[in-house]
Design a protein around this ligand. Structure first.
Ligand SMILES: [Mn+2]
Length: 306
């Protein structure tokens, strides 16, 4: 009998992490590889819950520790984003659309392609193999791509994402993704119901850049004016005191105005100012036309530390 192989996304999974894991399971099963099994290492976010309910699909099983398991990592490679117990897991394969950090593991199969979402890579495999994609799987992958690419408007969007959205939407019988995207983002714009600590931790990425500790939280809103920046900054300062870092940022993105406000703390704030070419006043700065953590904020910081 074949040993089980578990597919898992990053810690604090977003929709793409959970959708691509389930999508890859469906793809593998279509190939006769029934030993692949999608899981999640953390609680799902409210958007994921809504999308899975909408498409009447069961969430992947929650397994808090992957130690000792055969693993496919989807939607991440960085050690700091891997689920608990990865050090003692057998990582066989990775599929991702972000920057790569794999010096410490040696997976047999690696599929890395810069594009808007891991779900696009999974959908492409499905179409290439002529698999008959079930309606619910198409819907879940479609929502994940729209979420990750901000309805194909994020600078991370590639032709592949556009093509996959078009083909998946066709399966779902959706003519325009505009309404679906609005729904997705209303489900995400739940910041008013959360505490500052919850807001900061909802979509937080910790990154080690050449030994520098950087932490960026992403808060995407549809013109939400009610977000209490001062309270979040107060909490951010508290978190920074608990565990100092080089740079700790909360990126509050307004998807309607297409701009963001950064709340910034950390020991390298002055260095960061010099990269921005602007003063960060009272630990806050507004950046017009900046919406992407991965394509716009991260590269700036990586350049700063290179
Ligand atoms: Mn993703």
């Amino acid at each position: 009998m074949n040993e089980k192989i578990y597919i898992v996304g990053h810690k604090k999974p977003d929709l793409d992490s959970i959708s691509s894991a389930l999508g890859y399971q469906a793809f593998r099963h279509s190939q006769g590889d029934f030993n692949y099994y999608a899981i999640r290492g953390d609680k799902e976010n409210p958007l994921t819950k809504w999308v899975f309910e909408k498409y009447e699909t069961r969430l992947p099983e929650y397994i808090p520790n992957i130690s000792g398991m055969n693993i496919v990592l989807v939607d991440h490679t960085y050690p700091e984003n891997r689920p608990k117990g990865w050090e003692k897991a057998n990582i066989l394969e990775v599929i991702d659309h972000h920057d790569v950090k794999l010096e410490d593991i040696l997976p047999k199969r690696i599929l890395i392609r810069p594009c808007g979402s891991t779900s696009s890579l999974i959908a492409e495999m499905m179409f290439a193999s002529n698999m008959k994609i079930p309606f619910n799987i198409a819907g879940i992958l479609l929502c994940a791509i729209l979420d990750d690419t901000l309805n194909l408007e994020s600078p991370t969007t590639t032709d592949l994402d556009v093509d996959m959205v078009y083909r998946l939407a066709h399966i779902c019988d959706i003519e325009s993704t505009e309404d679906l995207f609005r729904e997705i983002f209303t489900k995400k714009d739940i910041w008013n119901e959360m505490s500052p600590r919850e807001i900061i931790e909802m979509d937080m990425k910790e990154i080690d850049i050449n030994g520098k500790k950087v932490c960026i939280s992403q808060v995407e809103t549809m013109g939400n004016e009610q977000i209490e920046k001062n309270k979040i900054l107060e909490e951010l300062t508290k978190i920074e005191k608990e565990g100092p870092s080089n740079l700790r940022i909360v990126m509050i993105t307004d998807l309607i105005k297409k701009e963001c406000n950064l709340l910034v703390v950390g020991s390298d704030i002055i260095l960061f100012e010099s990269v921005l070419g602007e003063k960060i006043v009272g630990n806050m700065i507004n950046l017009p036309n900046v919406v992407s953590r991965k394509k716009q904020i991260l590269p700036m910081i990586e350049k700063m530390y290179s």
